[in-house]
Design a protein around this ligand. Sequence first.
Ligand code: PEP
Ligand code: MG
Length: 330
Amino acid sequence: DGAAVAAEWDGVGRTSDGHVVPLLANVGDTPGAEKAAGLRAQGVGLFRTELTFLSAAEEPPVATQQAVYAGVLSAFSGPPAGGGGTTRPVTARTLDAGADKPLPFLTLDGEPNPALGVRGLRVARVPGPGSDVLDRQLATLAAAAAETGAELKVMAPMVATAEEARWFVQRCRAHGIRSAGVMIEVPAAVLTAHEVLAEVDFASVGTNDLAQYLFAADRQSGPVAALNDPWQPALLRLLRLLRLLGEASAATGTPVGVCGEAAADPTLAPVLVGLGMATLSMGAGALAGVGASLAAATLEDCRERATAACAAPDPMAARRAVAELAAKQS
Ligand code: PEP
Ligand code: MG
């Protein structure tokens, strides 16, 4: 049961043979961050900064933003209770306005297809107030990090090209942000991983949107939900390709993690590790189960499961192949 699983996890993500995979939390606000810290998240892999401002008619004042960001950052400043000497980085995503998360002060009205429109980083790249909003957010995030002493990383949503990645990293640097990355959630960013990863300090795969754009299937539509199943071999093969392109590039050392819902599935998590994902970020309630699942497999087990899942013809076969392999391996 949940309590037994939680008791088995010691708060450090790793396979049974010691391959370290930090297990991070997806959070949206200070109470969520405090809860995640209590559940021993090793940091925040995705702080969805837009969630606090979904009903804001105007851009929130800088002081309001800084209080929100500092609240989340302070839950992870310093090492975890019990020591260990590790820092717990907080990865803030800049405002992902648009599509399923419209922000009244940023989102364009009347777009015929908002999921394919001006959302995420694109808001800062078209004429309008978005560019200044991004700069104020970056400055405020940097100020909140200085205020709390927490380790801040910042990443951009909806990046499709290496040029967008470069532009974003330059903006971060202008505000003294040392660790700047991008979400990989548009298939084009996978196919150009060689160039994209060379621009950034880290990347994080958003499997929710990556599946939506890979299958041309609205993530909010029930009738097409089966296409957005993270066990779809096409999605897993795209992650494998991401890994292969990353390894073949000069940016071999750029860590790539996962922060979409796929990372919260304890059966799929070892597959993602086998595909080379360096960190997993999830709803905090999933941490203990994923931690226990990783602790029960070697890195080689994970790699074999990844190969089996990618080779399967459909999600059901992928689940079955991985379950059979796991039973044999244990
Ligand atoms: C994703 O797209 O997978 C993701 C993690 O971000 P969001 O769900 O907020 O779009
Ligand atoms: Mg997304």
